[in-house]
Ligand binder design. Sequence first.
Ligand code: GLN
Ligand code: ZN
Length: 773
Amino acid sequence: MTATNLGFPRIGLRRELKTALESFWAGKIGEADLRATADALRLRHWQLQRDAGIGCVPVNDFSLYDHVLDTACTVGAIPDGYGWRKGQPVSLDTYFTLARGERGTAEPCGCGHAQAAKGAPALEMTKWFDTNYHYLVPILRPGQDFTPTGFPAVEAYEAATRAGFTARPVLLGPVSFLMLSKMAEGDPLDLLPGLLPAYAETLKRLAKAGARWVQIDEPCLVLDLPEKARAAFANAYDSLARVAAPLSVMLTTYFGGLRDNLDLALSLPVQGLHLDLVRAPEQLAPALRKAPPRMALSLGLVNGRNIWRTDLRAAFALLREAASERRAEALLVAPSCSLLHSPIDLESETALDPELRGWMAFAKQKLAEVAVLARGLREGGKAIEAELQESDAIQAARRASPKLNDPAVAARLAAGTPEDARRASPFPTRRTAQRDRLNLPAFPTTTIGSFPQTAEVRAARAARKRGETTQEEYEAYLRAEIAESIRWQEEAGLDMLVHGEFERNDMVEHFAEFLEGYAFTRNGWVQSYGSRCVKPPVIFGDVSRPGPMTVRWSAYAQSLTSRPMKGMLTGPVTMMQWAFVRDDVPAAKVRRQLAYVLRDEVADLEAAGLAAVQIDEPAIREGLPLRADDRAGYLADAVECFRITASAVRDATQIHTHMCYSEFNDIIGSIADMDADVISIETARSRMELLEAFAVFDYPNEIGPGVWDIHSPRVPEADEMRGLLQVAAQRIPAERLWVNPDCGLKTRGWAEVRPAIGNMVNAARGLRAQAAE
Ligand code: GLN
Ligand code: ZN
């Protein structure tokens, strides 16, 4: 079985799992129905993988919500307060309460955070390495007891075997599990000795059930590892090796190269090692040189995270290199990582431009590529020459396609100078000009951009999309919504207004739809977390802007009020981070193209009379490379791109940016380098703790620390918000503070927005009065 896979998307081609989960949460279907849907999907996906040529399918990669949560539940790492008693199996009720909070009150926002309003809170959610998948962070306690609550890997293996499949169970490895967990006090790695018996028990049972291989994922091996973690890997695998036999362990690493951890990985007593050769092809040579002769190497040659067809000729060359040094039986072919991060089937994309479609591969097509390469390995290059030639033709056609290159875009980038990334004057000078122009009170109030995306707003957009209404009707509707929102904002007493983003489905696709170089899939869904999926737009060629994107609505909104209006854009880093990006040019080039496109939009907004423009960059931090060595380069480039976007305007035009995440400590210098006149951040939930980084760094520009946690339906009182602002004022000089919610309000209802914003304005007025005393 040389063609293997590391994991398959769970959600289903038609997002069947999403539908079933949401019906279950809404009480419309019962547990049996949910499980039946899940089992049917799992079976269908095994079948699909085998049909694609994968002889041995991964099992236990399926999850009803998240595989890290599954692991925590399986080893009994469940905090108190979730209705679980030691020795009991974990009920679905406990499971989903951990995932979503009691009564499912967790409220996602654009940035993917969720938190429960009442009762037991959801576990914290965070990014799975540098992907857009979010996992739930297990909470462990000192002396944590790990007693298995069940053996889902064994059950999955047996189910697959009964259904006639050869299967390789997948486990999240013990060291990565601990490294991804949190503990209020102490280091989760100290818990390793107590955790290993739970893993040992699973391995024994898998061996007994007849499994020959187990895939143990240890993606933390591609991170910078402290000595303690290295020792933990050595201990863990020494200990598991003693009980695993006759089961063979395929230690799986992905999302990067092993680099300085290669020797460590190769020293572990495992029977196989998987390498991500898409992200790090350079690690093949040293791995071939150093791997013990008996160790099987699984070569991740097909990109599991993007949607482009593999250059089979290039991949086969790597495979040949491997085969020249090791016997073919000790080599396996695989995707670079689990296909969890890839859409399922390109065949359903019937509306896509056939030329573009010809360049792409989704999960099913990627597995077929794996199978071709594996056949080449077994039977020699001649056996797959037809496929190699077809691949050559596609790669050549793609390279030569006029769709990729736009000389005007190239010329624009070539003509760029360092001046493009600099505002005309330093912040203090701009500040004076902006004060004169805007004439705002102390503690100016504003919002982050979106107002509630009500059922009515979404229905109006859907009706237009289906052609049930005319463009004129739809635009009249939007104008009325905007007018009403301006009237309301004035009445509420807000100082800097927004148009409300009623026309936007989301903050990336909406802009992408105006741009050249982008394509859109119909079914290219990937799981973001739980039942939530995203459909990233595809950047296939040079990006350019045929005309203004937002100017009409922002200018219209400004025409209705004498108060300053903020134009509202998504920044270049986020536009790229949340897309499937072409792989034929460096990512930095794509980001720079986006920066110039957005720069022109900012200039047009200024020309249309907008005195302020907000450029949202919620994704700057998540683009941060996994290894410290790579970070400075990324940050410098990301900051420069933001500045290219922001710097075309006069001193008196105020640039805002917005970020919603909580870790600023290690990037605060770069955030300051962005040199936005005003930054709004999410701080309400942490009670301004986040501001610490800004205070310690002595952040020079203006800041709006969020005073309303918009993830929760709770409406905070004015006094509470005023208290938060007083805390903020201890850290940031009051004359540089703005007053705003944590994030956009699109997921909230007007019933909460009206009173909460009213209270927020009162909080600001209270502070102004206090300051005047
Ligand atoms: N302007 C966007 C909004 O208000 C910002 C969203 C975000 O950063 N997540 O919805
Ligand atoms: Zn936000």
